[in-house]
Design a protein around this ligand. Structure first.
Ligand code: ZN
Ligand code: ZN
Ligand code: ZN
Length: 269
């Protein structure tokens, strides 16, 4: 089964240009069409006439307009930080098309944050009438947890994000690991045989809750996917010059980047 993956956003939580910054990358990001212009991180996976999102950040509305996204069938959340959940409310008009409620999948900690932030949406009584018609499904953090969606299993891959352990997802020969400072040994077997690894690479200097470029490259070499794309990128990394310096199988992603691949994937029991 063919799938198309679209980078809705490839930027870090502050976005690029970063407010209040006049560095060369931010200046370039102001130019229309600049690959340095990076909105908050999220991907769209389309297959089987279905559209699955991983995360909905603050830029979700603009991203959906840019990609002419007409429907969403499920959302998988990685964790509860603002750059990953705050676009949830923009699912409203798309959620009305789904009579059973658009399904959202999140672990307990993330689901609690979503419920608290969007309290008016999940209220049992006196619910705001035009709230998003969504159903929040709590998924286990146990190793091997997966979410079957429209013929593809989305395997939860625990990754370290500073002091937290959050969700990455594997689907077919691809994996999406945003907001990663390290990959626990127990997750390494879940990431074997990848054609495509999408991995956090925030900047050049080390950071307490994100991978920096050198460590991202190290992890790609260790996991040996056919190809790796870096995301959650700050204004520290200029798109063209950084890409020119990277090994041939690794590149920085950019907003709007699309990849096609065979997404067929069933988790083996
Ligand atoms: Zn983030
Ligand atoms: Zn800057
Ligand atoms: Zn985060």
């Amino acid at each position: 089964m063919q799938g198309t993956l679209t980078f809705l956003g490839s930027g870090t939580s502050m976005g690029v240009p970063t407010l209040g910054c006049r560095c060369a990358v931010c200046a370039n990001a102001h130019l229309a069409g600049s690959p340095n212009r990076r909105t908050r991180p999220s991907i769209l996976i389309a297959y089987n006439n279905k559209h699955v999102l991983i995360d909905t950040g603050q830029d979700f509305h603009a991203q959906a307009v840019r990609e002419d996204l007409q429907s969403v069938d499920a959302v998988l959340y990685t964790h509860g930080h603002a750059d990953h959940i705050l676009g949830m409310d923009d699912l409203r008009p798309l959620s009305f098309k789904n009579s059973d409620g658009l399904p959202l999948f999140a672990d307990e900690a993330t689901a609690d944050i979503i419920e608290r932030v969007f309290e008016y949406t999940f209220r049992k009584v006196d619910r705001y009438p035009t709230s998003a018609r969504v159903t929040l499904h709590r998924i286990s953090t146990n190793p091997g947890t997966f979410v079957p969606l429209f013929g593809v299993d989305f395997l939860r891959v625990p990754v370290t994000h500073g002091r937290n352990t959050i969700a990455g997802y594997r689907f077919g020969p691809a994996a999406y690991l945003t907001d990663t400072s390290d990959i626990p040994d127990s997750s390494l077997p879940l990431l074997q045989g990848l054609d495509l690894l999408i991995l956090d690479a925030l900047r050049r200097e080390p950071h307490p809750s994100h991978l920096h470029l050198e460590k991202s490259i190290e992890l790609v070499n260790k996991l040996a996917p056919k190809r790796a794309l870096f995301t959650h990128i700050s204004h520290d990394l200029d798109h063209l010059s950084t890409n020119a310096s990277l090994p041939a199988n690794m590149q920085l992603a950019h907003d709007g980047l699309k990849l096609e691949f065979d997404i067929t994937y069933e988790v083996k029991a």
